[in-house]
Ligand binder design. Structure first.
Ligand code: SF4
Length: 406
């Protein structure tokens, strides 16, 4: 199997933050994270979803902690996850009353690996500073890092108004959208500064500044990255459903990652009703893998097919192999270390088939229309045999497994 060589593009230097067993920032690879959509007070449902997300490859999982019942459930959720061998660190997502929930539920404060604080939602204006300080104090008491997570949907309105007023009074006012971006950045930086002034170490702080517009996200993070060395969590908020959410997330985060910006990512997809929450983990992994930053699962390269592929054998085999890999990965990962680096090619005919197959670890070029019903197979760049007959697909699947086992 070809050895995977991760891309060594220059990466922005950030301060590494230990989140439970997972390192974020510094020299650590970009971490994939996700968030549950269960009611955290429902421990059964939350344990099941956290486990599913972790098994799909989420390296950190965030859960909502919005009231006493959910805070009380957190230690039970942690305990049950540990019992079934799911050790993924849990992050508590707090808004409005985080200071109170953490103070009233010490077991919750202890069980979480990180606290997410939204500076725009720390509490009512008059008490905001005190409540923010309380959360930072508790984080220090339990030795937990925090993510100061700004979201433009809940931006600190006081700060925004102040910057808008200053801009209006300026002899050279800038566009309102630029003031909004500045407010998002300042909200994060000022809160981080305040946390440090309260004694929190830099290696306990992660920042994020999420917006829902692709160009704004790129501009905000590029600016934020240049103005600090805190580890950064990337995410396009409210990315949306289906292909739109995937494309928007990949476009925005792909550009930032290519610039070396981002230490952990979340792809926030709105699931179809009853849809699989793990999809966002899969998309985040695929984004990092197609960009060459990390390897998670074997890659199946397949051509799109065209008028030369009138039979469905080629599409069926490509999708069969992909599914076979997806289902087998939990076991393969244990049994065959490095299997995630495997490259398989399933090509529709001899036009590009042999060439592409030679670049894969193992590849097959199925017969197109007018070609003899034979399928050359390439291993490590060499043609090793030609498969014929009705069992080409099954034979090739067996060869892929044989290759992995070797
Ligand atoms: Fe068409 Fe063959 Fe190219 Fe596939 S490899 S797209 S079947 S010409």
């Amino acid at each position: 199997m070809s050895e995977y060589v991760p891309m060594r593009l220059p990466r922005r230097r950030s301060v590494a933050v230990q989140v439970g067993s997972v390192m974020v920032g510094g020299d650590a690879p970009v971490v994939v994270q996700s968030m549950t959509n269960t009611d955290t007070a429902d421990a059964d449902a939350t344990v099941a979803q956290v486990a599913a997300l972790a098994r799909a490859g989420s390296e950190l999982v965030r859960i909502t902690v919005d009231r006493d019942e959910s805070a009380a459930a957190v230690p039970r959720i942690r305990e049950r996850l540990d019992r079934i061998g799911v050790n993924v660190p849990l992050i508590g997502d707090f808004h409005y009353i985080g200071h109170k929930l953490l103070a009233d539920h010490p077991a919750c404060a202890e069980a979480l690996a990180k606290y997410r604080i939204n500076p725009g939602n720390v509490g009512f204006k008059a008490k905001r500073d005190t409540q923010f300080s309380q959360i930072i104090d508790i984080a220090q008491k339990y030795d937990k890092p925090v993510r100061i997570g700004v979201n433009w949907g809940s931006l600190d309105q006081e700060l925004l108004t102040k910057l808008m007023d200053e801009n209006a009074a300026s002899p050279n006012p800038i566009a309102a959208s630029a003031v909004m971006r500045e407010a998002i950045i300042q909200s994060g930086l000022l809160s981080a500064e305040r946390a440090e002034s309260l004694g929190m170490a830099r290696n306990k702080i992660i920042l994020s500044a999420k917006v829902s517009n692709v160009q704004d996200l790129i501009a905000v993070y590029a600016d934020l990255a240049a103005r600090c060395d805190y580890a950064l969590h990337l995410g396009l908020t409210e990315a949306g459903m289906g292909t739109k959410g995937i494309v928007a997330s990949a476009a925005s985060m792909g550009i930032l990652l290519q610039q070396g910006i981002g230490d952990t990512i979340r792809v926030s997809l709105t699931p179809e009703p009853g849809g699989d929450r793990s999809k966002e983990v899969q998309v985040a992994q695929e984004l990092l893998q197609v960009m060459g930053f990390r390897a998670f699962v074997p890659v199946v390269a397949a051509c799109p097919g065209c008028g030369r592929t009138t039979s469905t054998v080629f599409q069926e085999l490509a999708s069969d192999i992909q599914e076979h890999i997806r289902v087998s990965m939990p076991v393969w990962r244990e049994q065959y270390p490095g299997v995630e680096n495997l490259n398989v090619a399933v090509m529709g005919c001899i036009v590009n088939g042999p060439g592409e197959s030679k670049f894969a670890d193992i590849g097959i070029s199925l017969p197109g229309t007018g070609e003899s019903p034979s399928a050359p197979v390439f291993i490590d760049g060499e043609k090793v045999m030609t498969l014929r007959g009705p069992s080409i697909a099954e034979d090739f699947k067996a060869m892929v497994l044989g290759y992995i086992e070797q």
